[in-house]
Design a protein around this ligand. Structure first.
Ligand code: UDX
Ligand code: ADP
Length: 457
């Protein structure tokens, strides 16, 4: 089947970015990305893209208006679509059965109902939301109930891109996974999608499975990655009290080829739109299937993360003579990781909330995420400043609390910063990002993660 036009429902992080890369690689395919949020669409059509991602701007400049279009959701876009991607948000349910754990599929359902009257027979549906839990089946059921003989193969094509490296992950993926229904129409649809990826992805990296395996693979991948972080974080408290260094341990175990070196960086805890959501979902599915031990096992990965964030924050308070009331603290970084303006589920939010509860005065700085930080902390009582300049954020502060390891923070003149701070000046390095010995020499009280603190002699 020759794919000439693809429509994507949802111009979010995943939809907006993935479609841009497909448009770039396949100039003969017309890509139309629709969203019900007119502001999102206006941003995609402006110079201020809604997503900060290295390399994205250049791709948009090449493709937008050529074969890539961002448009307000309108039914006229659907009838001549050969393929429709679903990339709408799947937040954790906030109410009713499964609240706090299950996925809220209302946006997928709305999208399916929106396209159904206009879809041509045989159009291929590709599920690409961030949390793909039995979503393909739900979409398929909606599309095929009041059937008039039209059939739409539904594929699951989970997205493994990580923020900050999204373009690289899309252009050179470790694998592309396509889950299809186990019948001829399903397999033909999977081949049509594979044909698109084959333009730039080596054949052996495109793999096929059934729909549920594809969806569950995505959850399993994220659960494993998060579990590695929780496991190394579970060593940090022990290191801090026994004079071992978690960095040395990570290096030593990472060289074991059975373990590997990635995702072993201890820190204040993981964040982002996927890990917590996916693991709670996985845990919920286990629970629903009558598997309480498995449910508890995976949930404990999130439990360890919550504990780590709390432990870090508690330490900030304890080391300030058990009170931060009225003290200025500079928070370095609010994004959930460097290279993005995304603050979804960022540990920074939890740390700041807790410090504000203790009535600290916060000066938050971040090179990209200050606008989102401001939105996340809106309506809170307490003294918070949002300061783009880290030097100004730190001036007069009792401590620096580093939560996001932006490169820029390695290039600062800490001697100059130290001179402007209240004394004793403390440095809580939630990412082991700044050399503790340099900070110590300058005069800071240094509190790394998973290493003994360095205090004045
Ligand atoms: C993740 C998955 O990597 C990606 O495959 C999936 O599609 C979506 O979820 P992302 O959330 O963008 O991607 O970020 P990732 O790079 O995985 O980092 C997640 C969090 O873990 C960040 O807060 C990061 O700081 C933290 N992390 C990562 C650690 O604390 N230590 C590490 O060693 C690695
Ligand atoms: P992700 O990180 O998974 O891409 P986002 O929340 O960034 O998630 O993006 C999801 C997008 O889907 C949002 O821009 C939202 O407005 C859009 N969306 C939700 N429901 C619909 C719908 N029925 N039709 C079109 N777009 C939708």
């Amino acid at each position: 089947m020759k794919i000439r036009k693809i429509v994507c429902i949802g111009a979010g992080y995943v939809g907006g970015t993935t479609m841009a890369v497909i448009a770039d690689k396949c100039p003969d395919i017309k890509m139309v990305v629709l969203d019900i949020n007119p502001r999102r669409i206006a941003e995609w059509n402006s110079d201020a893209l809604p997503v900060f991602e290295p390399g994205l701007k250049e791709i948009i400049a090449r493709c937008r208006g050529r074969n890539l279009f961002y448009e307000d959701a309108h039914p006229e876009a659907i009838p001549d679509a050969d393929m429709v991607f679903f990339s709408v948000n799947t937040p954790t349910k906030e109410f009713g059965e499964g609240a706090g754990m299950a996925s809220d599929l209302q946006y997928n359902e709305q999208s399916a109902r929106f396209i159904l009257p206009h879809l041509k027979d045989g159009a291929i549906i590709v599920e690409k939301s961030t949390v793909p839990v039995q979503t393909a089946e739900a979409i398929s059921r909606i599309l095929h109930h009041n059937n008039d003989g039209r059939h739409f193969p539904v594929l699951s094509n989970p997205e493994f891109l990580a923020e900050g490296t999204a373009i690289q992950d899309l252009e050179d993926p470790d694998r592309v996974l396509i889950g299809c229904e186990e019948n001829e129409a399903g397999r033909a649809a999977a081949r049509a999608l594979a044909e698109i990826y084959r333009r730039w992805v080596p054949e052996e990296r495109i793999i096929f499975s059934n729909v549920w395996s594809a969806e569950l693979s995505k959850l399993t991948a994220n659960a494993f990655l998060a579990q590695r972080i929780s496991s190394i974080n579970a060593m940090t408290a022990l290191c801090e009290v026994t004079n071992a260094s978690v960095t040395e341990i990570s290096q030593a175990i990472g060289m074991d080829s059975r373990i590997g070196s990635k995702f072993l960086e201890a820190g204040v805890g993981f964040g982002g739109s996927c890990f917590r959501k996916d693991i709670l979902n996985l845990s919920y599915i286990c629970q629903q299937q009558g598997l309480p031990e498995e449910a508890a096992y995976w949930k404990s990965v999130v439990g360890m993360n919550d504990y780590q964030i709390n432990r870090f924050t508690r330490n900030v308070i304890d080391r300030q003579f058990n009170t931060v009331t009225g003290k200025k603290l500079a928070v370095f970084g609010f994004a959930f990781k460097p290279g993005t303006n995304d603050t979804r589920d960022s540990p920074a939010r939890y740390v700041c909330l807790k410090l504000l509860e203790e009535r600290a005065h916060l000066a938050i700085t971040d090179p990209e995420a200050l606008e989102n930080a401001q939105r996340d902390l809106q309506g809170l009582t307490g003294k918070v400043e949002f300061e783009p300049d880290p030097y100004k954020a730190a001036a007069g502060a009792h401590a620096i609390v580093l939560i996001t390891h932006w490169d820029a923070y390695r290039k600062l003149d800490y001697r100059r910063i130290f001179a402007t701070m209240e004394k004793p000046a403390s440095f809580f390095d939630g990412r082991n990002w700044i050399d503790p010995h340099t900070l110590h020499e300058i005069g800071f009280h240094v509190y790394p993660i998973g290493k003994s603190p360095l205090l004045p002699d």
